[in-house]
Write a protein that binds this ligand. Structure first.
Ligand SMILES: [Zn+2]
Length: 348
């Protein structure tokens, strides 16, 4: 059993970073409370520097942990940047001299979250942060994701249980324990596969989507759903016939350009043409992503005869499996990341 202090950053008059739908102080408090419960299930003695929305100074947080005689200190934060495309996960330890257990602690916690969170791993870093400098025990600071990035903020808001679980698992592993009763929730049943593990996930190719259940003799039900969604989301004005043709393709690219403009200020002309500017503005979409870009990917996969199972905007295992099959069949690097080359083939 270890004495662990969890430190949800900010609070009270200090909101921390502010996103379009949430505040850092609330996001990290939600994770902290859940993390406390999970670690207590593993028999650890856990204290929070705050369990309500109140302000505590940085030195106050450190002296709280020091006075308790804690063994570990974990500060939880959300990142932020002016550039809305900035994304990813990173952890920090103090940039002065630190114990080996501090480094081991960072390694284990970082690895566990990085392997699961599904966004860019910005690395294990060191900095002169007050809570890291002033605490006497092994201390890390976690920047889960960017509240300023729409996709990252989705994770911060909607994957509280998962963030807490991965953090708990990392801490438990760092302490040499065994992870128990992991709480996994639907789109994230399994960790993001490392590329070497892909063969395990390799699906049987599914070039023929299931025929629609209703009387319509031609047209595919999933493509119909995609067309309906394009119409409602982007006023595409498509005939909902379940047949993928040039009009549906153009509408999908228009939707894609609209999302790049909205989410990443790409400043693209919404013309439905896959040209060099659109290609250059294309972002990588990873497993774990949620939102309209993922929905467009799913719709395009259905349109190309693959089966991501859902048109729900959640980049889970089924979507990753379909992406891997699509990448294999198109001679692309099979990494389940939808980036420039994969989008290019999807919109070809
Ligand atoms: Zn912060």
């Amino acid at each position: 059993m270890a004495k662990i202090v969890i430190d949800p950053g900010h609070g009270g008059h200090d909101p921390g970073a502010v996103g379009s739908r949430s505040k850092e102080k609330d996001n990290v408090l939600n994770v902290a409370k859940r993390l406390k419960t999970l670690l207590e299930k593993h028999g650890h003695d856990v204290s929070l520097t705050r369990s309500t929305d109140k302000f505590i100074s940085l030195s106050g947080r450190a002296s709280f942990a020091n006075q308790l005689g804690a063994d570990y200190f974990v500060s939880l934060h959300n990142n932020s940047a002016v550039n809305k495309s900035a994304t990813g996960f990173e952890t920090f330890i103090y940039n002065g001299s630190v114990s080996k257990s501090t480094k081991d602690f960072q390694n284990a916690v970082h690895e566990e979250i990085a392997n699961n969170i599904g966004i860019r791993d910005r690395g294990k870093k060191r900095a002169n942060f007050a809570v890291l400098r002033l605490t006497n025990m092994a201390a890390i600071l976690i920047e889960y994701a960017f509240i300023s990035n729409m996709n990252d903020e989705d994770i911060l808001i909607n994957q509280v249980d998962e963030l807490a679980q991965w953090t708990c698992n990392g801490i438990v592993k760092a302490l040499g324990g065994t992870v128990k009763d992991p709480v996994k929730s639907p789109p994230k049943e399994q960790p993001t596969p490392a590329p070497e593990l892909e063969p395990v996930l390799r699906p049987a190719p599914q070039p023929q989507p299931k025929p629609p259940q209703n009387k319509q003799p031609s047209g595919n039900a999933n493509i119909k759903k995609f067309q309906q969604w394009l119409n409602s989301q982007y006023n595409s004005g498509l005939v909902v016939d379940g047949i993928y043709g040039p009009r549906t393709k153009k509408a999908a690219i228009k939707g894609f350009q609209t999302e790049l403009n909205k989410q990443f200020n790409a400043g693209l002309k919404v013309d439905g043409i896959w040209g060099p500017k659109t290609r250059a503005a294309t972002v990588n979409v990873y497993k774990g992503a949620k939102g309209n870009l993922t929905k467009i990917i799913q719709g395009m996969l259905f349109s190309k005869g693959y089966d991501p199972k859902f048109l729900d905007g959640v980049f889970g295992n089924a979507t990753a499996t379909a992406v891997l099959a699509f990448q294999r069949d198109n001679g692309l690097t099979r990494d389940a990341i939808v980036g420039k080359k994969t989008f290019e083939k999807l919109f070809a």
